[in-house]
Design a protein around this ligand. Structure first.
Ligand code: PLP
Length: 415
């Protein structure tokens, strides 16, 4: 029966949705640093991984466990680790499989923070080779004997390139390399990358999963199916005995624990209850984004990019991979930076904020914020131009949103 649950039913009544100590309907917030034991022997067993239990929140906490199990179930994973932020999740996941001398292959059109992280990793001897487009064809050309992981975003933020998980995972697996997918912008409502061939899925839960804009967080979900060869993935050499769970075990008992990147229990609770409405929100957000994109596409001086627009280069993936939906992000090109600023400043309801995935519609000028440290060439490869506005569409009434944007365009200079 479980296998047949649809998204919202699974979210609310899936196998990980209960079993709490005092039969609470929601996981209690274990807002503690440490856990108390009656005798030293019992605590010793927990530290030695000989009995289940919690000792110290940085190494495990029941509120985090509830959140981890819920997202893992939604993604169809074998296990998950909740982290202090999306960036913390990406860092821990990559460092679990790469060490000095190893290489990563990634697409150009990634979230700016991730591109900056790749630059930081160079200083640790981990080199990233960038593909203009993360396609099977391009990665085959970039794979070397040092490649340890392919990293891409399912729907890239904000360039809106869609990763063909099926094709790319096939090419990666032929070379014995796993595919890690940042699925923050797609969410498990639009697609479940593990079922398409990805090996690990990562989310910044600060965005759609939390949905209320009230806590930073991240999560790494392991599919548990990749056949790790620790002769090649030497970063996992001490974990070979765990077979297909080597990545998960290293992540939890080594990197996550020692780097100290755990999610705060209160944030795990807020993200857990936020996720209750993930399906409802995504359905509404996608419909709003589709309506707004089509309405603004009628404006002659504005160039709109959104996946459900027929002229979008990745339009075919809407039906092929994303269940007919286009996600919550669209971009507008206003002609000049000045006009982009002017449109943004004239919006009444859309809030100027550098975030996505909120209930509220948010707008930002990416070139002067998220990509302020990137050079022009890097920015443009990521689909960010001087006149680009990123819109993260919320759940407002779509007629009001459309009127707000049309009015702001009309009032803006050159309008
Ligand atoms: N991945 C994507 C696609 C993002 O858009 C972001 C943030 O905007 C991140 C990762 C980083 O997440 P966080 O801000 O939670 O560290």
């Amino acid at each position: 029966m479980e296998g047949y649950l649809r998204f919202n039913t699974k979210l609310l009544h899936g196998k990980t949705s209960g079993g709490y100590f005092a039969r609470e309907i929601l996981p209690p917030v274990s807002q503690v640093t440490a856990f108390r034991y009656e005798c030293m022997e019992d605590l010793e067993k927990v530290f030695a991984h000989k009995s289940m239990g919690y000792a110290y929140t940085r190494i495990g906490n029941p509120t985090l466990t509830a959140f981890e199990q819920r997202i893992s179930e939604l993604e169809g994973g074998a296990g998950a680790v909740a982290t202090s932020s999306g960036m913390s999740a990406i860092t821990a996941a990559l460092l679990a499989v790469c060490e000095s001398g190893d290489e990563i292959i990634a697409g150009h059109g990634l979230y700016g923070g991730t591109i900056e992280l790749f630059k930081d990793l160079e200083k640790f001897g981990i080199h990233t080779r960038f593909a203009d487009e993360l396609t099977a064809e391009q990665i085959k050309k970039l794979i070397t004997s040092k490649t340890r992981v392919i990293f891409g975003e399912l729907i890239s933020n904000p360039s809106l390139a869609v990763l063909d998980v099926t094709e790319v995972s096939k090419a990666a697996h032929e070379a014995g390399i796993p595919l890690f997918v940042d699925s923050t912008t797609a969410t498990p409502f639009l697609a479940r990358p593990l079922s398409l061939g990805a090996d690990v899925v990562i989310h910044s839960t600060s965005k759609y999963i939390n949905g209320g804009g009230n806590s930073i967080g991240g999560i790494i979900v392991d599919g548990g199916k990749f056949p790790w060869d620790t002769g090649k993935h030497t970063a996992l050499k001490d974990f070979g005995r765990y077979g297909k769970m080597a990545f998960s075990v290293r992540l939890r008992t080594d990197l996550w624990e020692n780097f100290g990147g755990c999610m705060a229990p209160a944030n795990a609770f807020l993200s857990y209850i936020g996720a209750d409405t993930l399906g409802l929100r995504m359905e509404r957000i996608c419909k709003n984004a589709d309506a707004l994109a089509h309405a603004l596409d009628e404006e002659k001086e504005i160039r709109v990019a959104y996946l459900t627009l027929k002229n979008h280069p990745y339009h075919e993936y809407v039906d092929k991979m994303l269940g007919g939906l286009g996600g919550g992000i669209l971009t507008l090109r206003a002609g000049t930076k000045e006009r982009a600023f002017d449109i943004i400043n004239n919006l009444k309801y859309a809030i100027i904020a550098s975030n996505i995935g909120d209930l509220r519609t948010l707008v930002v000028h990416p070139a002067s914020t998220l990509y302020i440290h990137s050079g022009k060439e890097d920015r443009e490869k990521a689909g960010v131009y001087d006149d680009t506005i990123r819109v993260s569409v919320g759940i407002e009434d779509r007629e009001d949103l459309i009127a707000d944007f049309k009015e702001a365009i009309r009032k803006s200079k050159n309008g």
